[in-house]
Design a protein around this ligand. Structure first.
Ligand code: NDP
Ligand code: 2IT
Length: 442
């Protein structure tokens, strides 16, 4: 039995209930199998055994008081996966679906994603099953203060630097940062995605969505194509989806559909981003409100967005939101490129289907790396007590995404699988981390 297969089986046995983590481990280990088997040093050094096991997993109680005065209890997590190429770095997710499996899959992905950026950032992820939806600002603050009271003992500007993810945006980062500062009596760049007035970086808010479009454009360009004049559909309507929409429109595409967990809108004229921002960023409303503003738009309840005909599809909501039937529908309707703004939005079968059908497929760990890459730029600004202009940050982001594309495309060619960016990303991400592990010993 091959080394990778043996480690995968051991990983299944040890973590049998963790289906999202097992899915992420299966995708990565399967796609690097030939590379690992051709380089026996990785087996000699037990690199895979070490890599699949997080360096540290922290699970904690988060008690907080709701507006009626009642004490509520949630569960908090921080998985510090790998610090071999830099301090642990990765977001915090607040969503009722959060459990250890979800945080481990995200942390595992983050190791390879952060490696692809070329920066000095290790892999980590955290969060809670707390649901900010429908909560007052006061309740969110009560929760964030309690969450950070415990988390503050485990993080630090050179140890572990969390950021946002689903359910964690500027408001939550503000409350979390305030509590860290009070607990430690230190003003540190310990979180990224901070407000611009207190250490945040211009361009971080836009970075994941913009970076996704930069990478997709690079992929299209290398196939003598471009996103200009293309019809695009984007799932979700949160941070990543909104700024992917903005940059796609700027580059001349028409974005005709967006969604949230209740349903999706279709606007044949192209969505009006100012309306979306008003509903989602200002009022924290639902996507169905869009049809009140735009009479030509249609709202459909449910997860049918992948049935909308398009040239480019960008899943930007959550894991496993696009299955093999959705993939078949997209291919039947003529999709040419798929770029994952979310983490692991496509199931393993859906990914295989895209690749077999020669669809240009940019996997999340490459395509959405612009967010964390710009977080590292925020860390650099904090460390040097400087603030860069929006244009400077954006230009660096664009270069980073172009380099990521060049590297994953090259790794795919070297693996004998040109245009397979899943294989390219996983090998390129793995190699840097694995070689650093060997160099540093145990
Ligand atoms: P937000 O919380 O801003 O938005 C999330 C969006 O996805 C919302 O529209 C939400 O709808 C929808 N969504 C969330 N959970 C589900 C679900 N279970 N089913 C259907 N829809 C769902 O998060 P982000 O935009 O920051 O994150 C989106 C994705 O991008 C995630 O996978 C995240 O891990 C990934 N990502 C984020 C980065 C960042 O910098 N923020 C960086 C790299 C990746 P609703 O409001 O109805 O819940
Ligand atoms: O999944 C991700 O890369 C993020 N949520 C961003 C992490 C970060 O540290 O900016």
């Amino acid at each position: 039995m091959s080394y990778t297969k043996r480690i995968l089986i051991e990983t299944y046995e040890k973590n049998s209930w963790q289906k999202e983590f097992i899915q992420a481990a299966t995708e990565i280990l399967t796609s690097i199998a030939d590379f690992v088997d051709n380089n026996p040093i990785y087996e000699r050094e037990s690199v895979l055994e070490r890599l699949v096991e997080p360096e540290r997993q922290i699970v904690f109680r988060v008690p907080w008081v709701d507006d009626s005065g009642k004490i509520q209890v949630n569960r908090g997590y921080r998985v510090q996966y790998s610090s071999v190429i830099g301090p642990y770095k990765g977001g915090l997710r607040f969503h009722p679906s959060v459990n250890l499996s979800v945080i481990k899959f995200l942390g595992f992905e983050q190791i390879f994603k952060n490696s692809l950026t070329g920066q000095s950032i290790g892999g980590g992820k955290g969060g809670s099953d707390f649901d900010p939806k429908g909560k007052s600002d006061r309740e969110v603050m009560s929760f964030c203060n309690s969450f950070m009271t415990e988390l503050s003992f485990h993080i630090g500007a050179h140890t572990d630097v969390p950021a946002g993810d689903i359910g964690v945006g500027a408001r939550e980062i503000g409350f979390l940062f305030g509590q860290y500062r009070r607990m430690k009596r230190q003003f540190d760049g310990v979180l990224t995605g901070k407000g611009i007035g207190y250490g945040g970086s211009l361009g971080r808010k836009e970075a994941t969505g913009f970076g996704l479009i930069y990478l997709v454009e690079e992929m299209l360009k290398s196939h003598k194509n471009s996103i200009a004049d293309k019809t695009v559909i984007i799932s979700g309507s949160g941070n990543v989806a909104i700024y992917a929409t903005q940059k796609a429109i700027e580059l001349g595409a028409k974005v005709v559909a967006l969604s949230d967990s209740n349903g999706f809108i279709y606007d044949r004229d192209g969505v009006d981003l100012a309306v979306i921002k008003e509903i989602k960023e200002v009022r924290r409303g639902r996507i169905n409100e869009y049809i009140k503003y735009k009479k030509n738009a249609v709202y459909t309840e449910g997860r049918g967005i992948w049935g909308v005909k398009c040239d480019v599809a960008l899943p930007c909501a959550t894991q496993n939101e696009l299955d093999v039937n959705d993939a078949k529908l997209l291919v039947k309707n003529g999709v040419i490129a798929v770029g994952e703004g979310a983490n692991m939005p496509s199931t393993l079968d859906a990914t295989d289907y895209f690749i077999k059908n020669k669809i240009l497929f940019a996997p999340g760990k490459a395509a959405n790396a612009g967010g964390v890459a710009t977080s590292a730029l925020e860390m650099a600004q904090n460390a040097s007590m400087t603030n860069w202009s929006f244009d400077r940050v954006d230009a660096k982001l664009k270069t980073i995404m172009q380099n990521i594309y060049a590297n994953i495309a090259q790794a795919a060619i070297e693996a004998g699988k040109p245009d397979n960016y899943v294989v390219g990303s996983n090998i390129a991400g793995f190699k840097r981390v694995a070689d650093a592990m060997i160099a540093q010993g145990i």
